[in-house]
Design a protein around this ligand. Structure first.
Ligand code: PLP
Length: 398
């Protein structure tokens, strides 16, 4: 009998397994503090946990409407109107998905064709490259440069952004507040992006899942609110980060009706729908008072300052984020072969799992001097990590 010849698709062969999830596995294997993957290790708000229990108790156990339970979509529309002052129609402009991860790939599969180009800022959240490949598009990367001063902002050259646009460009993927740099895009930057989107007739697909995690007075602006963008923007968000429930897998895409109709079709055949009881709990989450978000940002601000100080004391050049819950660092002060070797040493010998910078860049050599730390952790986890950091200089290894 002939043996089975293993063959994988051309698409799947083009990208690797997630480095972030791999680092989490290594953290478990080496009993290291996990500052790699961006999941909180503290409890979600009691009110929303209770709402989830009640939803299961009330037998909300069957498929919800494929594009999302009506009360959840209404809550999403009400919150978007309250925070971003945009009125959307929950019946025709929202698709609830399994996390923003599914919302992003469903959007790309629905709106982008093979041969199209998609502009992505680099360093980027590691899903965007594979997402573009799976949709058949070619990613065009635009570099975000680190600030000279550790407290400064990451920035891009307007000429480089313009050079990435051409008549094949179909979309730009934006992420603000930005993972991994913590950059919060300013109104001026968003207007510059708008000008190019309008000139080249391009969609903006914007991932705003860190919208409430902001520091030092930074303001989150949804690009859909910028004049001329509403009709050409897909705004992606999720419960994961704002409510500390990354395992619930509930997110959504907001887009004008014609775009939503296509996203809904793809979503339906990808996953049918997100967990029905957790959509009911999601409606309760979106109704939390403003004070909840103020407290969330204040707590993250304390954690940021704690880890930032410790990293700088330990010899890292640590860039101060204005939003999200990561600190990107420059490791040039240390001796190492490359970022991966340094991250391996950190997890095995120092006891801290991080993400090597190269996983946020497209080309070999990108991010070779960078390491990302996540600080969405309780005080005691950060304290353990900070204790471990001292081993970097004491020569003491595990
Ligand atoms: N987008 C960004 C920028 C992220 O950092 C993450 C998770 O870390 C995700 C999306 C995944 O979000 P979700 O849990 O909603 O799929």
């Amino acid at each position: 009998m002939k043996g089975f010849r293993v063959r994988v698709s051309h698409k799947a062969a083009q990208f690797t397994e997630s480095v972030i999830r791999e680092m989490t596995r290594q953290a478990i294997q080496h009993n290291a503090v996990n500052l790699a993957q961006g999941f909180p290790d503290f409890s979600a708000p009691e009110a929303i946990k209770l709402a989830a229990q009640q939803a299961v108790g009330a037998d909300i156990n069957q498929y919800a409407i494929t594009w999302g339970a009506q009360n959840f979509r209404r809550a999403i529309a009400a919150k978007f109107a309250a925070w971003q002052k945009i009125e959307i129609d929950p019946e025709r402009e929202i698709t609830v998905c399994c996390g923003s991860t599914e919302a992003m790939i469903a959007t790309l599969l629905a709106l982008v064709d093979p041969g199209d180009e998609v502009v992505v800022f680099e360093p980027f959240y590691e899903n965007y490259g594979p997402d573009a490949i799976l949709s058949g598009a070619t990613p065009r990367y635009v570099t975000l440069h680190p600030p000279v001063d550790e407290d400064g902002e990451w920035s891009f050259y307007p000429a480089a952004l313009r050079a990435a646009f051409n008549n094949k460009t179909r979309a730009i993927i934006l992420n603000t507040p930005h993972n991994p740099t913590g950059k919060v895009f300013t109104r001026d930057e968003l207007e510059l992006i708008r000008d190019l989107c309008v000139e080249f007739d391009v969609l903006a697909i914007t991932d705003e899942i860190y919208e409430h995690i902001l520091y030092d007075g930074a303001e989150h602006i949804s690009i859909a609110t910028i004049e001329g963008m509403r009709e050409r923007t897909v705004t992606i968000n999720s419960l994961s980060k704002s409510y500390s429930v990354t395992g619930w897998r509930v997110g959504w895409a907001i887009a004008p009706p014609a775009l939503t109709a296509a996203i809904r079709k793809v979503h339906d055949f990808l996953t049918v729908g997100a967990a029905a009881p957790l959509q009911a709990a999601g409606a309760a989450a979106l109704e939390l008072p403003n004070s909840y978000y103020v407290e969330l940002a204040a707590k993250y601000s304390e954690r940021r300052d704690l880890l930032l100080g410790a990293l700088r004391t330990s010899g890292f050049k640590a860039f101060k984020p204005s939003g999200a819950y990561y600190i990107m660092t420059d490791i040039s002060e240390f001796t190492f072969e490359d970022d991966r070797a340094f991250a391996t040493r950190l997890v095995k010998e120092i006891g801290i799992a991080t993400v090597p910078g190269s996983s946020f860049y497209s080309l070999p050599g990108g991010g070779a001097h960078q390491i990302r730390f996540a600080f969405c952790k309780q005080q005691q986890t950060l304290d353990r990590a900070i204790d471990n950091l001292q081993k970097l200089h004491s020569g003491q290894s595990r």
